[in-house]
Design a protein around this ligand. Structure first.
Ligand code: ARG
Length: 459
C-alpha cells in the first residue's frame, strides 16, 4: 500500500505520471516558512481548545524550528509522496517528533485553508519585503535625477512627432507619477489580501470552534475571512497581484520604449551604461539596449500569466478544486519578474548618461508655433484665428525654405497679419516657452519641482 497522507480509502496505486502531474512541491516549497508558521499558530489554537497538551505543543514547536533550519540550510530532503509543501512538512514533523504527536496538528484543518493561508502570507511578505521597498527606490532614483537635471530641455512628442519643448525632468516625473500610482494601488491590494482563511476547514468551517481571530492575529493578518467557502476558494488576491503586475509592466514597457528611442544614434539623447547593455556576436560596433528591450518584452509574459490564470479560475465550481494549484507558477513567475524588472529599471535610470546638447539641438523653432498663436491671443485675437495665422507662418517659412519661423521678416509677418509687431521675435525662446507652462502639472521649473516634491512626500 502506498504511504500517502490521504491513502486510507485507496486500494490501488497512483499512476507514476499522475504523481508527477499532481505534485506541486517543486514550486510551492518556496512557501516553507509560511507553511511552518501557519502550523505553529494553528497548533497553538488547538492547544487552547485542549485538543493537544502544552507538552505536545512544545514538541511541535521544536520540530517546526528544526524543519525550518533544514529548509534554510538546504538539507531538507524531499521524498517520494511529498506531494506538496504541506505534506512534506507534516511528514518530516512526524519523523522528528513522532507520529503520535504530529498526527494531531491537522485536526480540523484542511490543506484547503492551509494553502490559502500560505499563499496570502507569502504574497504579503513578498510585497512588503521586496516589491514595495524596491518600487520606492525606483521612484526615489527618478526623483533625484529629475531634481539634479531640472535645467535640461528636450523636445516633447505626440505621435512621435516633435510637439513642444519640455523639461527632461518633466518626462522623468511623468514616469515617477505612474510608478507612484502603482505603489498606491499595491498598498491597497496588500491590505485586501491581508485576511486570514485559517480555521475555515475544508469548506464548511471548524468543527471544534477554533478561535479564528486568535489565529489571524498570530499570523499578523488584520482580519478574518468571514465565509468559510470564500476562505478556501478565493484567489482574487492572486488575480489582483497579476493584474497589478501587468499594469505596472505596461508602464515599465513604455518607459523602456521611450529610452530605447532616445538612445538611438538618430536621437542621441541618452546613453545606456555598459552595465545594462550588451554587444553583438557579429557586429563589433554594436551596443544594444537589451535591458530596456527585456523590460518591454517581459511585460507580455506577465500579462499572459494573468490572462491564463483568469481562464483557469472562471469555470470552476465553488470552493477548492485542484485547478487552483495552477495559481502558483504564474504568480511566482510574475512576482520574480517584476522584482527583477524594478531592480533593472532602477539600475538603468541611475546610471544612464544624458546628452543635453543633443536634446537642445533637437528643438526646432516650429515647436514654438503654439507660442506664436498664443502671442496674438494676448493681443485679443481668438485662438481659432491665431492657430490659423500661426499655421500660415509655418507654411510660408517652409515655402521659402527658411530654417524656421523665427527667420521670417517683420514685413512677412505683417503681410500675414498686421497685428504682429516687433516684439513677436521675443517668443522664439525655448526656455521662455517652457516657463510659460507654469500651471499645476506643467513643464515650467516650479511646476516640475512641485510635482517632484509631491511624489517625494508620497513615498
Ligand atoms: N498543493 C495544493 C494546492 O496548491 C494544496 C491543496 C490541496 N488540497 C486538496 N484538497 N487536494 O492547491
Amino acid at each position: 500500500k502506498e504511504n500517502k497522507l490521504w491513502g486510507g480509502r485507496f486500494k490501488g496505486t497512483t499512476d507514476p505520471l499522475m504523481n508527477l502531474y499532481n505534485s506541486s512541491i517543486s514550486y510551492d516549497s518556496k512557501m516553507f516558512k509560511e507553511d511552518l508558521e501557519g502550523t505553529r499558530i494553528y497548533t497553538q489554537g488547538l492547544q487552547k481548545l485542549n485538543l493537544i497538551t502544552v507538552q505536545e505543543l512544545e514538541a511541535i514547536d521544536t520540530g517546526l524550528t528544526a524543519i525550518e533550519k533544514e529548509w534554510v540550510e538546504g538539507t531538507f530532503k524531499i521524498v517520494e509522496n511529498d506531494e506538496d509543501i504541506h505534506t512534506a512538512n507534516e511528514r518530516r514533523l512526524g519523523e522528528i517528533i513522532g507520529k503520535e504527536i504530529s498526527g494531531k496538528v491537522h485536526t480540523g484543518r484542511s490543506r484547503n485553508d492551509q494553502v490559502a493561508t500560505d499563499m496570502r502570507l507569502y504574497c504579503f511578505n513578498n510585497l512588503n519585503q521586496k516589491i514595495i521597498p524596491f518600487l520606492k527606490d525606483l521612484i526615489q532614483a527618478i526623483i533625484e535625477r529629475a531634481e539634479n537635471e531640472i535645467d535640461v530641455l528636450m523636445p516633447g512628442y505626440t505621435h512621435l512627432q516633435r510637439a513642444q519643448p519640455i523639461r527632461w525632468s518633466h518626462w522623468l516625473s511623468s514616469y515617477a507619477t505612474y510608478f507612484s500610482e502603482d505603489l498606491e494601488r499595491l498598498q491597497q491590494l496588500t491590505q485586501r489580501l491581508n485576511k486570514s482563511p485559517l480555521g475555515a476547514g475544508a469548506l464548511a468551517g471548524h468543527p471544534y470552534g477554533i478561535d479564528r481571530e486568535f489565529l489571524a492575529q498570530g499570523l499578523n493578518f488584520n482580519d478574518v475571512i468571514g465565509n468559510s467557502l470564500v476562505a478556501v476558494s478565493d484567489r482574487d488576491f492572486v488575480v489582483e497581484i497579476m493584474f497589478w503586475s501587468s499594469l505596472f509592466m505596461n508602464h515599465i514597457s513604455r518607459f523602456a520604449e521611450d529610452l530605447i528611442i532616445y538612445s538611438t544614434a538618430e536621437f542621441g539623447f541618452v546613453q545606456l551604461a555598459d552595465a545594462y547593455s550588451t554587444g553583438s556576436s557579429l557586429m563589433p560596433q554594436k551596443k544594444n539596449p537589451d535591458s530596456l528591450e527585456l523590460l518591454r518584452g517581459k511585460s507580455g509574459r506577465i500579462f499572459g500569466n494573468m490572462a491564463g490564470f483568469m481562464m483557469s479560475l472562471k469555470g470552476i465550481p465553488s470552493t477548492y478544486n485542484k485547478d487552483m494549484q495552477e495559481d502558483k507558477e504564474p504568480l511566482f513567475d510574475s512576482l520574480l519578474s517584476v522584482e527583477h524588472s524594478i531592480l533593472i529599471a532602477t539600475g538603468v535610470i541611475s546610471t544612464l548618461a544624458i546628452k543635453p546638447e543633443n536634446m537642445f539641438k533637437a528643438l526646432t523653432m516650429d515647436m514654438l508655433a503654439t507660442d506664436l498663436a498664443d502671442y496674438l491671443v494676448k493681443k485679443g485675437v481668438p485662438f481659432r484665428e491665431t492657430h490659423h495665422i500661426s499655421g500660415e507662418c509655418v507654411a510660408l517659412a517652409e515655402t521659402l525654405k527658411l530654417s524656421g519661423i523665427d527667420q521670417l521678416s517683420m514685413e512677412q509677418f505683417k503681410k500675414i497679419d498686421d497685428r504682429f509687431t516687433e516684439d513677436v521675435f521675443e517668443i522664439f525662446d525655448f526656455e521662455q516657452s517652457v516657463e510659460h507652462r507654469s500651471a499645476i502639472g506643467g513643464t515650467a521649473k516650479k511646476a516640475v519641482l512641485a510635482q517632484l516634491a509631491k511624489l517625494q512626500a508620497n513615498l
